[in-house]
Design a protein around this ligand. Structure first.
Ligand SMILES: Cc1cc2nc3c(=O)[nH]c(=O)nc-3n(C[C@H](O)[C@H](O)[C@H](O)COP(=O)(O)OP(=O)(O)OC[C@H]3O[C@@H](n4cnc5c(N)ncnc54)[C@H](O)[C@@H]3O)c2cc1C
Length: 451
């Protein structure tokens, strides 16, 4: 707009009467700017479940704020949010006192309330975490204490195969934790509804807008100039980024350090033959091995009646790479030459190699699932979809477990970095926790941006 007025002004000033003409130009600029509306109080980058929930929450709290969501794809929920297990977690696993523990339990309650209110279908199918040997029984007891500490509702330790089979008639095991409030849902549908709520309150959503640069604008009312890959510009007072697999790159754009770096781990699923879907009533999970970061392959019923088995965890050769043939050499090199990844690779060399072998030979994955449902065979599965986890990794090779939020902390006062808040790590159970994360993000924005 400023360029527009300068251009118009320079054309008209040559005719004299400059004060009056410039005043007219300013008025035109204001009305034109309200028509094309490219100036916002707060812009949220990323139309996944975390970005959409946070934008919605802030807009509900402050209806007068002019807000937009910028999403690089042509619809919401195209990445992690649209490629996950669809489980509404109850908060069993997470370290007591961590943000994950707190926000998951709170998020689960909020998710059920929200879906009831909006009539979004879900199924409270429950979840069994099944121990099949003595070591796992000990770990299960620890998990039980942790779940109680985390206030997981109605969690129960059940003993013996008869009790297990009252819940899952085809499942075998020695003991199990039963979580009746764990559910399943379609998180893409939830995200699209968050987007509709946001728009209903006057928020705007731009699709196909890939943010490539934050810059200081020459407009002191809207100091952050946001550039897109295809040359569009939007000005804003403040920005929140929720970029999932791209979150470290977005953080770097506003002057934050790249670490913790995102390393993409693909999770591949197998699909159970529909004729065998009746064998599975609810979620069936192994007891996680505390030496490894992921939960282990599990049985997940889906809203459409199908059953997914998985996900495993293999390095993705592209941040948004959903199969082995999806390769981006620069992103792959970025992961492989990151000292944190090299340390992680050494630490998990054996487990990582096993995951790759299992990915190549699905019958090996079926073998680990037969521990729980002996009647399934390799003939009952076909390869299914995959998702990619945005896993933040520190320079020492530690996977960052908890949610991480960040802002420029340099010495340069007045830097635009002070106006850009980042959600840098929102791994599972990020979808379950989305409404609780959004409340926390809105609190943070109110504080940092003095809204
Ligand atoms: C295999 C798998 C299974 C999972 N299972 C579960 C589960 O059962 N339950 C659960 O609660 N959680 C689960 N999760 C985790 C959950 O999916 C994530 O925590 C959640 O989706 C994160 O949401 P997000 O909005 O941060 O990221 P995303 O959904 O990845 O959204 C980020 C968005 O930002 C956009 N973006 C990125 N860069 C830019 C840019 N430069 N400009 C504009 N837009 C940009 C992307 O296009 C994307 O739409 C799972 C995840 C995976 C991968």
């Amino acid at each position: 707009m400023t360029q527009f007025s300068r251009f118009l002004g320079s054309l008209l000033v040559v005719n004299g009467n400059s004060q009056l003409i410039l005043h007219g130009v300013k008025t035109m600029e204001r009305s034109f700017s309200s028509i094309i509306a490219r100036e916002y109080d707060v812009v949220v980058v990323g139309g996944g479940i975390v970005g959409a929930a946070s934008a919605r929450e802030l807009k509900l709290r402050h209806p007068r704020l002019k807000m937009a969501i910028l999403e690089k794809e042509n619809e919401m929920a195209r990445h992690q949010t649209g490629h996950n297990s669809g489980v509404i977690h109850a908060g069993i696993y997470y370290k007591p006192g961590s943000l994950k523990a707190k926000l998951c339990v709170e998020g689960m309650h909020l998710m059920y309330q929200y879906c009831d209110q909006k009539k979004i279908p879900y199924k409270k199918v429950g979840k069994l975490i099944v121990a099949t040997d003595e070591v796992e029984i000990e770990r299960l007891a620890e998990l039980h204490s942790r779940a109680i500490e985390n206030n997981v509702p109605d969690i129960k330790l059940i003993k013996g195969i008869d009790e297990i089979q009252k819940i899952e008639p085809n499942c075998v095991g020695l003991q199990a934790l039963w979580s009746p409030h764990t559910g399943i849902i379609d998180y893409s549908q939830v995200t699209k509804q968050y987007g509709l709520d946001f728009k209903e309150k006057g928020g705007e959503i731009y699709f196909n807008f890939e943010v490539t640069k934050f810059e200081k604008s020459n407009d002191e009312d809207y100091p952050v100039l946001i550039h897109s890959k295809d040359g569009q510009n939007i000005k804003s007072k403040y920005v929140l980024t929720c970029g999932g697999l791209q979150s470290d790159k977005l953080a770097e754009l506003s002057g934050c350090p790249r670490a913790p770096r995102i390393v993409p781990f693909r999770g591949e699923y197998l699909l159970l033959n529909p004729n065998k879907a009746h064998l599975i009533k609810g979620n069936i999970y192994p007891v996680p091995d505390p030496r490894f970061p992921f939960l282990g392959v599990h049985f997940t019923p889906r809203m459409d009646g199908s059953v997914w088995l998985g996900p495993n965890a293999v390095l993705a050769f592209k941040r948004e790479g959903y199969s082995w043939s999806d390769i981006n050499f620069s992103e792959l090199a970025d992961a492989l030459f990151y000292p944190g990844f090299l340390k992680l690779a050494v630490k998990y060399m054996v487990a990582g190699t096993q995951e790759i072998i299992k990915s190549a030979i699905p019958s090996l994955q079926v073998k680990s699932l037969q521990k729980f449902i002996p009647s399934i065979t390799s003939n009952d599965v076909v390869r299914g979809p995959a998702g990619v986890r945005a896993q933040a990794l520190d320079i020492e090779g530690n996977l960052i477990e908890d949610f991480v939020f960040d802002m420029y902390k340099g010495n340069e006062s007045g830097s635009i970095g002070e106006r850009v808040l980042h959600c840098r790590n929102a791994p599972s159970p990020g979808a379950t926790s989305s409404l609780a994360i959004a409340k926390m993000m809105a609190d943070k924005m109110e504080k940092e941006f003095k809204l």
